[in-house]
Design a protein around this ligand. Sequence first.
Ligand SMILES: [Zn+2]
Length: 198
Amino acid sequence: MTQPTNLIPLADRPGYHPEDYQENAPETVWENPLDRDQPLHLYVGVTPFLGDAASPRPRYTGERRTGIRTYVIKAHSTRALPSEFDMAIQQYDCLEPECAPRRRYCRDHTHRRVIVGGEAPHLINRGLQHRPVLHPSLDADSAARNQALADARRAQQQATLAAETALIAQHQATLVEQKMNAQLNDNKPQQGAPKGNK
Ligand SMILES: [Zn+2]
């Protein structure tokens, strides 16, 4: 998947293998003016494991175990991060009088601000960017995956149908057998009865 070249690349994420490359969320561009790399340890939560009590619990590693995601912005570089982490990276108070009742929650980037805390108060916020994603119909990988899913589903339906047909045939055979047995049993007393009456 090719990306437009004017976008700021995403921050390094050690040990990350993308699962959903179609993620499309607003990104905030952060500049690291320092002479050292800036690690960011951001809380993303742990997904609770819901399933059969008997099934083995998968061995979680990294952020799925700890709920902490690590990003790194190298010294003197500019990188993008999902905007949902803005409040964790930096907390600030707006200095404009109109925001006085809720200084901490001002989202207006034109307002004067003072940074009062967060994981990386020295980073410089360079604003938002949006990373365009391909429509699924234009994406060969996605199309191939959907096709494979559809094929698998059809194969499973056919297998289920075949199994049901076999089951019905077996049931009908059992019925016929029962009817024949019943007829045999009906015939036996009839044959025997006249003898008994004599
Ligand atoms: Zn404000």
